[in-house]
Ligand binder design. Sequence first.
Ligand code: ADP
Length: 393
Amino acid sequence: MTRAVLTLNAGSSSLKVGLFPATGDAALATGLADRIGPEGVLKLKDAGGTPIAAAPGDISTHAGAVRAAIDSFAALYPDLQILAVGHRVVHGGDRFEAPVRITEDILQQLDRLSPFAPLHQPHNLAGIRGAMASFAGVPQVACFDTAFHRRHPWVNDAFALPREMYDEGVRRYGFHGLSYEYVTSRLAEIAPHLAAGRVVVAHLGNGASMCAIQNGRSIASTMGFSALDGLPMGTRCGQVDPGVLLYLMDQKGLGAAEISDMLYKRSGLLGLSGISNDMRTLEASDRPEAAQAIDYFVFRCQREVGAMAAALGGIDALVFCGGIGENSRLVRARICERLGWMGIEIDHTRNAANAAVVSSEVARTTVMVVPTNEELVIARAARAAAGLTEDAA
Ligand code: ADP
């Protein structure tokens, strides 16, 4: 009998699926359904990362993609027993500080948060409903991207808007919490003296943010009310003056849907370069617009490391994660280039090797690369919901 938990991470047109054993960190299999719709494709890998064939299925909906992934996993492990399902949910509002076992009442509470994350929350909830239908009676757990930040000090939770806006939920929630939780827990294992100190974690992927963490607790984050704020991203704008939005509405006559499309899908690295949202493509390009997009990304990262360090009253470690943070030697080196004033000095040999520690021996501030693993955080929550402890299983 293969006893396992399932992790689901549903985006607007994608779905990441993970199958994890009752104990241990390595996935038994993973899947990514992309372009969910008429042209949907499902790609799967086994425990060793080798691609495996997907079972025939309909990838036109999230529920269909879940079904096809499960059928594929069952073909790989014919005696598979799913003990619990963990879901990534983007928004837990001001209430959820930890993963929660999903009931109909919880689902309704989460649905009421949909206006705060209209592009993501409904898809997350659709994924939950699909899994509840497929696995009746199996515990389902919601893991929130906002939860890690819930105990921000008030000054990092509020906007200077009329007070009633705060009361109605217009707050700096912060996101990427599952990634920060993983990196924090990993840091506690590999560098406990740093984990106990002041750490700035830079999650630089297609989505990008930074988090200021003191002794494991999130103090500030570059993302705020939505996943648009802070750093520029693949296609998202990062911080913009709200006056720009007023201008777009008043003078250009753009409506909310058009502005949303611009800010989420046509800005960031893609908007600035006019070439690609993908850092690898920009690094390989010799066009000046690609260089400018990278310059802007690097500069905003430098600024925000400074801001996060200020929120912490200093910095003991800077940790990179996410696709860019874990792989781009160029971006890491360039960000660190102008941070010597805060004791940061990169070792170029270590950096070229994507080593765990990429700062020089004499640097006052340690710079690290810690590959993130949001799926494992979800799997751990699902195990807990299934009553599995590392010892009991
Ligand atoms: P998501 O936020 O969608 O999970 P990822 O964390 O996978 O995204 O990050 C994707 C980004 O990482 C892309 O911009 C990609 O170009 C970048 N990336 C991945 N590998 C490299 C590399 N070797 N060098 C530079 N950038 C890389």
